[in-house]
Design a binder for this molecule. Structure first.
Ligand code: PHE
Length: 384
């Protein structure tokens, strides 16, 4: 029965190498039976709502890709790690994903500060990284291996400045930002530039630091300048507390935010105080476009009826754009996949058309949502 032995040995070898590749991530993942793709996300901690949501969207995309046969004839082996929303963790995680797990590309993060920690490592290792939803310009400025599938904050800041003037009728606005988040400082700056260029006045600029719980001093100072709106470009935990405390101090004007407000937790924390406030984001699940409604249906079915938010939609699109690029590149070689991602043009995703420009950023419409009766309500879409 000698003629059986060779194939049997071969089969055994194959099984062992597959096992090794799956469990240790060892071996060239492009050359094995699967292609390893990494993700770093804030799955726990202060911004867990972001990480969880983005992760669920990304996971759904990977499942869809694998169900359709994977890429280059191989299934994607999706390896994700939690940075606990903590500074310093993302760099360590991404190093491990690249050197130990041999991922061919990295997806993440939501928060710009954490994308900025990981980007130099991906760049140095020539491993493409696609951030689904980090909007600070510096993220992709890190280098030519770093991409994003969302708009950037100079646009988002402009959108909210124009909205404050035209729809809130504010001529005097106060700004309260988080010094520990590059996202917050950048967005505050872009808002100010546009608002003052349009003839408005910034009457007060106050700061806080991520994790602060008491904003009464800053809000009292703001109240003294009688603004007609307050721009608060920060993440949902602080935003919810700030809006609450503003109302306790009898500040009745609308508070405005950016995409960092996007989480059901915002409403849990801010409650009724949020009524009549507005923020900008990337997408609305109320959008009737078939691509959006298909995605909402699929996501809800998989996640116990949960409605996908902007991070879920962008997480989904980030994985899809990557998979398309690997297919086009015909290889998992970092520089070749990089070139293919850079050439992304008119990819029709859940968040609209993705075309990456020379700076590796997408240009997409922004959506403004209001908080009404304890719910997020679609207000309008602003095209660039
Ligand atoms: N744009 C934010 C940042 O760069 C992150 C974010 C995206 C938050 C989408 C909510 C929704 O930090």
């Amino acid at each position: 029965m000698n003629h059986w032995r060779a194939p049997l040995n071969l089969l055994l070898l194959l099984a062992i190498s597959t096992l090794l590749a799956t469990f240790t991530g060892c071996g060239p993942s492009g050359g094995g039976d699967t292609i390893s793709i990494g993700e770093f996300a804030s799955l726990t901690g202060k911004e867990a709502a972001f990480g969880q949501s983005s992760h669920k969207g990304t996971l759904l995309a990977i499942e869809d890709i694998n169900a359709a046969g994977g890429v280059l004839g191989k299934k994607i082996n999706f390896i994700y790690e939690d940075n606990r929303s903590t500074p310093g963790e993302s760099a360590t995680i991404v190093k491990k994903l690249i050197t130990r797990d041999n991922v061919v590309a990295v997806l993440g993060e939501v928060a710009s500060g954490r994308s900025l920690e990981a980007a130099p490592i991906c760049q140095a290792n020539k491993i493409p990284m696609i951030s689904p939803s980090s909007t600070n310009p510096k993220v992709t400025e890190t280098g030519d291996f770093i991409f994003r599938v969302c708009f950037i904050d100079p646009f988002q800041g402009t959108v909210m400045a124009k909205f404050a003037k035209a729809k809130v009728n504010a001529r005097k606005v106060a700004v309260l930002s988080d010094v520990s988040a590059p996202y917050s400082l950048g967005l505050a700056q872009y808002f100010k530039e546009q608002f003052t260029a349009d003839g408005g006045a910034i009457v007060s600029e106050q700061k806080f630091s991520s994790g602060d719980k008491d904003f009464k001093a800053q809000l009292t100072a703001i109240k003294g300048t009688s603004p007609e709106a307050i721009f608060v470009p920060c993440y949902y935990t602080e935003a919810g507390l700030i809006v609450r405390q503003a109302r306790q101090l009898s500040i009745t004007v609308p508070l405005l935010g950016g995409d960092g407000w996007e989480a059901p937790e915002l409403i849990q924390i801010g409650g009724e105080a949020l009524e009549g406030c507005f923020y900008s984001t990337h997408y609305s699940p109320e959008d009737a476009a078939p691509a959006v409604q298909d995605f909402v249906k699929k996501f809800k079915a998989k996640n116990g009826g949960e409605i996908p938010d902007a991070m879920a939609a962008l997480g989904y699109d980030s994985a899809m754009v990557l998979a398309e690029a690997i297919k086009k590149a015909g290889t998992t070689d970092g520089p070749k996949v990089r070139d293919a991602i850079a050439a992304t043009k008119d990819y029709m995703g859940v968040t609209g058309k993705t075309t990456l420009d020379a700076n590796r950023n997408a240009t997409k419409p922004a959506v403004i949502l209001a908080i009404k009766d304890g719910k997020f309500k679609y207000v309008e879409t602003i095209t660039p």
